[in-house]
Write a protein that binds this ligand. Structure first.
Ligand SMILES: [Ca+2]
Ligand SMILES: [Ca+2]
Ligand SMILES: [Ca+2]
Ligand SMILES: [Ca+2]
Length: 469
């Protein structure tokens, strides 16, 4: 939904940065004009947004303190330069009505004399509201949808990342920085944006700020700044018994996604972490009885002001043997069956983003030998464990590589004892297929005869048949 605006803004920045990366064909027009060595003028036609940026104003030093900050008009922009590693430039924004703004900061790459820039939005008291520190020099820093409260004053600061410590990198205050280093130029722009009905509205890091999402809907949001948290309210109305909730979040370039599913009272029901540049799935959540909604909390390792993630909750009918989350520990283990001579079972599940699945095998009436195996999908390196009644590990299989079967064979289980089977592993977080877990039990021929019921013991052949010698 935001692509047109994003493209325009990205093109504007690309023009600012002197890059030739823009494709024509967008409805909105962008022009760049310089007047005989005068300041560059960036014109952004924003049919839907009613904004235009340009010409860029020039920074006026000193502006190292908030009290010295010049106004950054909305929409507007400024050309400035950091005079050294310790220089900080402040600009003031007067919000007027409550609104959402997109702030973008660009500068040259390191080989063009650029610095690793940091963009930060502060409230009137100087508290950090949002920070973009993606680096390196030349990378876009941006806050794509920062919320401004009505009538409040805000400050934007531009600074640079200075490597500290005794490494071989630049040192603060070293001779090289004392005055020889050229100023690092930057361009800072700001414009108001209007979220569409399927886009997030910041702030949304608290439950009462979460936007509702119905099953089957798709919503989008930004990992908008460092440590941005986005909460979504996943409606569970109309959920039938035997159906489970699946949540998909599409990949964001450069980021490792994390998705937590929370109960209305804030309990974390599932915590998943994906892998860089990959989507993340949370599958098979069985809604608690009476729960009207769950919360999905989306975050990422790195912000991306240009590309949104997309969130899609769906429902799926569970088949016999499908796991139902949460089942991450012995307390929430899935009852997988009762051990007995000749008893078998087959179960299916997913190991999305650091998930662990625990199954409970009920006590048998006789000493048994348990064999359990897991066949993971191609990209998952599975770990199979058997746990005792207290949760302590009694057996483990982790010899295979990704996609290879793991097995624990002929594990002796005493009469009346409970065992848990735990499946975990390094999964991609968005692998389509799940694993298959199989177990079987048989009377343990090595176990001593059960004293309480000797008549039931089958006739056992001697371990060493003399006739075969
Ligand atoms: Ca966000
Ligand atoms: Ca947020
Ligand atoms: Ca699972
Ligand atoms: Ca699980």
């Amino acid at each position: 939904m935001t692509s047109a605006r994003d493209r325009v803004a990205a093109c504007a920045l690309a023009v600012l940065a002197g890059l030739a990366a823009c494709k024509k064909g967008a409805k909105r027009e962008i022009g760049l004009a310089g007047r005989d060595g005068g300041p560059p003028v960036v014109v952004v036609e924003q049919a839907g947004q009613g904004g235009a940026i340009g010409p860029l104003e020039h920074e006026a030093e000193p502006n190292d303190q908030r009290e010295q900050a010049a106004a950054l008009h909305l929409p507007g922009g400024v050309e400035g330069a950091l005079g050294g590693p310790d220089d900080v430039d402040f600009y003031r924004i007067d919000a007027g009505p409550a609104r959402i703004v997109s702030v973008r900061l660009t500068g040259p790459a390191a080989d063009q004399g650029g610095a690793d820039l940091i963009l930060e939005l502060h409230d009137a008291d100087g508290r950090s509201v949002a920070r973009s520190d993606r680096g390196p020099a030349g990378a876009l820093e941006g806050l794509p949808n920062a919320p401004l409260a009505q009538g409040a004053a805000y400050y934007v600061s531009v600074s640079q990342l200075v490597k500290k410590g005794g490494g071989k990198g630049k040192r603060r205050g070293s001779a090289a920085d004392a005055g020889a280093a050229p100023a690092s130029s930057y361009q800072l722009t700001i414009e108001a944006v209007s979220p569409g009905p399927d886009e997030e509205v910041e702030p949304n890091d608290k439950p009462d700020q979460a936007r509702p999402v119905l099953l089957g809907e798709e919503k989008s949001g930004y990992l908008g700044w460092s440590k941005d948290l986005d909460l979504w309210k996943l409606s569970l109305t109309g959920f039938s018994g035997g159906f489970a909730l699946d949540v998909a979040v599409d990949a964001v370039e450069g980021a490792t996604l994390a998705v937590d599913i929370l109960a209305p009272d804030g309990r974390v029901l599932a915590a998943r972490k994906g892998q860089k540049d990959r989507s993340l799935l949370v599958r098979g959540l069985l809604p608690e009885l009476g729960a009207a909604f769950y919360l999905a909390r989306v975050s990422g390792s790195r912000s991306n002001p240009e590309q949104t993630y997309r969130l899609r909750p769906t429902s799926r009918q569970l088949a016999e043997g499908d796991e139902a989350e949460p089942d991450d520990d012995t307390e929430h283990a899935i009852a997988a069956g009762t051990l007995g001579d000749g008893a078998t079972g087959e179960l299916r599940g997913f190991l999305d983003g650091g998930d662990t699945d625990v199954y409970k095998l009920e006590a048998g009436r006789e000493a048994l030998a348990l064999t359990v195996s897991v066949e993971p999908p191609a990209s998952t390196d599975a770990v199979l464990r058997v746990l005792g009644p207290s949760g302590a590990e009694v057996a483990r299989a982790d010899g295979g590589k990704a996609g290879q079967r793991e097995e624990i064979a002929q594990l002796v289980i005493g009469r009346g004892e409970v065992r848990f089977v735990a499946v975990s592993g390094t999964a991609l977080g968005d692998e389509t297929d799940g694993y298959v877990l199989r177990w079987s039990s048989s009377v343990d021929l090595r176990a001593p005869a059960t004293p309480a019921d000797p008549a039931q013991q089958p006739d056992q052949p001697p371990a060493d048949d003399p006739d075969e010698q």
